[in-house]
Design a protein around this ligand. Structure first.
Ligand SMILES: Cc1cc2nc3c(=O)[nH]c(=O)nc-3n(C[C@H](O)[C@H](O)[C@H](O)COP(=O)(O)O)c2cc1C
Length: 177
């Protein structure tokens, strides 16, 4: 089955999932790259909404993630959500880096190419295709509550630990048919 037989496009307004469940309880897989070489990692947290009137997702990635390096290079990526039965595979993609392992060959998920040439997986139930619009590294001085100050100071031990906020314009939303 090709992509169009598996997925149908919806508009951001048609998304019926609760956002807090999507980014909180559900995990997602972020994938950057093209058919010849792609890399995926597990993500959680972040959100989605309107940024400068544009439907946008945001996620928080540590600056040493190989997936982030690929996002910067390709400037497009997918965020894929899966039925619960694939949780183990999702966690696997978060267990080691694709920079120095063959995890993309080992993972038991089947890559699929969107019509735009981005990569997701056949098993996904929801795919959000994004175009990179902004990467921001928050300044520790910009935090106001003690909890967030503590979090960011703990996170900023080394440059490779810095958290980057990744904003991406939603170019396509696909749900399983
Ligand atoms: C449940 C779970 C959630 C995660 N969420 C994030 C996240 O939001 N941001 C992040 O930078 N890393 C997160 N990680 C860690 C990355 O997925 C992990 O370091 C991964 O191996 C990075 O792969 P890469 O270097 O191939 O990109 C999470 C891992 C797990 C298991």
């Amino acid at each position: 089955m090709n992509f169009d037989q598996l997925f149908k496009q919806i508009s951001p307004e048609e998304l019926s999932d609760n956002v807090f469940t999507l980014v909180g309880k559900d995990l997602y897989v972020i994938t950057a790259g093209k058919e010849d070489q792609s890399n995926s990692m597990t993500g959680s947290g972040g959100g989605m909404g309107l940024l400068f009137k544009i439907p946008t997702t945001w996620c928080i990635l540590r600056s040493d993630r190989y997936t982030l390096e690929m996002i910067k290079k390709e400037q497009t990526y997918t965020m894929s959500y899966f039925p619960n039965e694939y949780k183990e595979q999702m966690l696997f993609l978060g267990s080691k880096s694709g920079r120095n392992t063959e995890k993309m060959k080992e993972v038991e998920l089947t890559p699929v190419q969107t019509p735009s040439g981005d990569i997701s997986f056949r098993e996904a139930r929801l795919i959000i295709e994004c175009r990179l619009t902004q990467i921001t590294t928050p300044n520790p001085n910009d935090f106001y509550t003690q909890e967030t100050k503590d979090y960011i100071n703990k996170a900023y031990k080394e440059v490779s630990d810095y958290r980057n906020y990744i904003f991406g314009e939603i170019t396509h939303l696909w749900v399983k048919k």
